[in-house]
Design a protein around this ligand. Structure first.
Ligand SMILES: [Zn+2]
Length: 208
């Protein structure tokens, strides 16, 4: 049967071009203002595509949906539709927080009322994170490759730290010295309190 499956490396013109098993050059990145690496950078070999892709958490055959199994874990604010979670692991930025609907939905199945409120809650959370002392801007991203449950990540870019602009802020978050617990508790409270001003409730570490 497996012989009838197409070779994953040939499923599209894009896939057919790529140098699987080889190390591509990092040269085009080095020297860019947003890239935190210099000198000899060795890129890992390019892996073969995996088709069909393994199920994400929350999908049939995948692991449990963390958010649905742990409805209150790490939640610092919620209203009827959305919650904000943070503090999963030590971070190097003043804040990294996840925004997700309270109910299990994918981007494709977000209900009309949740879709309609998305713009407003994104704006509110970006501004709430901006209330943290020393934060200039809030970056946000949706990847969604780990869990099926729709979620976006919000990252605080510190004032004046111009190297932290752009997508590599997520790498900086892992490399910078971890923020001390007490300082992070203050930041969680700042964000949750700012959100609660516009509705919903600060809860957990956000209320403390
Ligand atoms: Zn879920």
């Amino acid at each position: 049967m497996s012989a009838e499956l197409p070779d994953p490396r040939t499923v599209s013109a894009y896939h057919r071009r790529l140098p699987y098993g080889q190390r591509v050059s990092a040269e085009s990145l080095l020297g860019e203002p947003f890239v935190p690496f210099e000198g000899e950078v060795r890129v890992v070999p390019l892996a073969d595509p995996l088709i069909p892709e393994p199920p994400r958490n929350g999908e049939p055959g995948g692991g449990d949906c963390y958010r649905c199994v742990n409805p209150d874990a790490n939640v610092i604010w919620h209203d009827d539709r959305w919650d904000i979670r943070t503090g999963f692991e030590p971070i190097g930025l003043p804040m990294m927080a996840g925004l997700a609907p309270r109910q299990h939905m994918t981007l494709h199945t977000l209900t009309p009322d949740v879709v309609a409120s998305l713009g407003e809650v994104v704006q509110r959370l970006a501004l709430a994170i901006g209330r943290i002392d020393g934060v200039a801007r809030t970056h946000f991203s949706r990847w969604g490759d780990g869990s099926e449950h729709f979620h976006m990540w919000f990252l605080a870019r510190p004032l004046g730290m111009m190297q932290l602009r752009g997508a590599m802020i997520a790498a900086w978050n892992d490399m910078l010295p971890p923020i001390p617990d007490e300082e992070f508790r203050t930041n969680m409270h700042t964000v949750a309190a700012a959100m609660a001003e516009g509705g919903g409730q600060a809860v957990g570490a956000g209320a403390g």
